[in-house]
Design a protein around this ligand. Structure first.
Ligand code: UDP
Length: 341
């Protein structure tokens, strides 16, 4: 297939791009590099730097690449905490950018769409693990923006025959030898813990230890980024015959923040000092997925279900890339006096 991957220079998008190329697909990456890294884009992908708010770029892109038949949409603002501080950045930009993409895609006849959605749709679940029939109560403007995009897809499906799937990830983690998690600023638990193990931070701050959980810290369901990538590929393969449009994706086992830190101590051999801080706004106490639907309907099966394996793969990438994609071998700047013109 010819697949447009928005956000293909980001963490999950770049690893999914590499897996798509490995499976023989042609991939075009559109990324504005606000969070992503050009170095993360697979060399066999066609890379276009551009923003989804830019209609001219979108028009040009679909005109220049008329073979695009599918879209995987990763590009968005993704931070729960930030969305509580800057709600419009999420409620407006994420939704308008997705609308722009849908407008241009459907005008150019693209009928296949996979959305990167989120567990943040489920702020107050009645049942853990969380299944797709759980009431959708977004926990933040971030979650609300993804829910609105899910609804847009529903209406595009009704009105223009779009085929789509929404994959609601719980906590993506881990890496491959070539690619890993590198955000500026970093806000995610596992890379922050590994930065402590690398001596780049003095301690990890635990955001609240007074939650109603077994040790007072938040429980999350960590899923290997490669297992997410494979779920995208499965959904795309089955898009013409999907029984459902939304799938929750996790391992079905929750770990507290303290348990994640303890696992990282085991794997890195570093004591990883901790400091307890206040709760982070927008964080629900427990998010654990039931992925029964995607297992049963699409035959998805995680290859890396164990937390230790997930953290170990992240650690291997971080140890090999202690400064992320800011590699020491980047080309020197072009001397300003060299041309003589
Ligand atoms: N967390 C923490 N300290 C940090 C970063 C995160 O205690 O420095 C907690 C956070 O409150 C949440 C869990 O770790 O309960 C996972 O957070 P992360 O930001 O990695 O992912 P999210 O759950 O927001 O998608």
């Amino acid at each position: 297939m010819n697949i447009l991957v928005t956000g293909g220079a980001g963490y999950i998008g770049s690893i999914t791009t590499a897996e798509l190329i490995r499976a023989g697909h042609a991939v075009i990456v559109l990324d504005n590099l606000s969070q992503g890294h050009a170095a993360a884009v697979h060399p066999d992908a066609t890379f276009i730097q551009g923003d989804l708010s830019d209609h001219a770029i979108l028009s040009w892109l679909f005109d220049a690449h008329p073979n695009i038949d599918s879209i995987m949409h990763f590009a968005s603002h993704t931070l729960v905490g930030e969305s509580m501080q800057h709600p419009l950045k999420y409620l407006r930009d994420n939704t308008v950018n997705a609308a722009n993409l849908l407008e241009h895609a459907t005008t150019h006849g693209v009928q296949r769409f996979i959305l990167s959605s989120t567990a943040n749709l489920f702020n107050t679940p009645r049942t853990i693990p969380i299944a797709e029939y759980e009431a959708i109560i977004p926990g933040s403007p971030y979650g609300e923006s993804k829910f609105f995009i899910e609804r847009m897809l529903h209406w595009f499906a009704c009105t223009s025959g779009l085929r789509y799937a929404c994959l609601r990830y719980f906590n993506a983690a881990g890496g491959t030898p070539e690619r890993g998690e590198d955000h500026t600023p970093e806000t995610h638990l596992i890379p922050l813990i590994l930065q402590v193990a690398l001596g780049q931070r003095p301690h990890i701050t635990i955001f609240g230890n007074d939650y109603p959980t077994r040790d007072g810290t938040c429980i999350r369901d960590y899923i290997h980024v490669l297992d997410l990538a494979h779920a995208h590929m499965l959904a795309l393969d089955h898009l013409d015959h999907l029984q459902s449009h939304a799938y929750n994706l996790g391992n079905g086992t929750g770990f507290t923040v303290l348990e994640v830190i303890e696992a990282a101590r085991r794997i890195t051999g570093h004591p990883i000092p901790t400091v307890v801080g206040p709760r982070r706004q927008g964080d629900p106490p427990t998010l654990v997925a039931s992925s029964e639907r995607i297992r049963q309907e699409l035959g998805w099966n995680p290859r890396y279900p164990h937390l230790d394996d997930i953290i170990r793969s992240a650690w291997e990438w971080h140890r090999a890339h202690p400064h992320g994609y800011q590699s020491p071998w980047s080309p020197p700047p072009v001397p300003s006096t060299s041309s003589g013109k």
